[in-house]
Write a protein that binds this ligand. Sequence first.
Ligand code: DX5
Ligand code: ZN
Length: 218
Amino acid sequence: MPRAIIAPSVLASDFGQLTAECKRMIKSGAEWLHMDVMDGHFVPNITMGAPILTCVRKGIPDIFMDCHMMVAHPERWVDDIADAGGALYCFHIEATSDPISLIEAIHKRDMKAGVAVSPDTPSTAITDEIGAIADMLLVMTVYPGRGGQKFIESCVPKVTELRKRFPDKDIEVDGGVGPKTIGVCADAGSNVIVAGTAIFAADDPPAVIQTLKDTVNA
Ligand code: DX5
Ligand code: ZN
């Protein structure tokens, strides 16, 4: 299994201090920052887009921005996110009819391509053909749209299934993940761990990040 990567979700941060919050997480041991882009269409909420990511990147030039695109028409934003300095562009399989062309467009802009499945979408929506060219597969463990929700454990078998088919890929879990729920995620084979509330609301974020990392690497 690929190595553990911890990606704090900035949705749980103080947006007024976004760059400082990202720096704080990197200092605390985070490798990636998970940037939740919501458009008010694919999900009911609106969060941030390329202009904000551009500002964060300006403040932290070597940041790895894992951009979780909860947007309708994900093909529309590839160029903007690439220009903003996105490192990984993760779209929802539910939002596109041509995932292969979209992955190719993302790669053309030198970003890694991620493919996400919402709780009601089976893992088989990520076909062998899609999985073969994607860099990361994201299994949502809450319904996309907001932070601080309860972990849906019935989503975890999808991680097991994807890990079996794609032993070398990054497999990310996102939603309600923290020290209490990391065990089942790690056992199932996820190695990229998104956590918002569990890290940002903790008294000791470096300790939480270390716990998550150690559990995956155990
Ligand atoms: C939900 C987002 C998640 C969320 C995670 O739509 O995709 O990234 O912010 O936050 P927690 O860890 O608080 O569930
Ligand atoms: Zn997310």
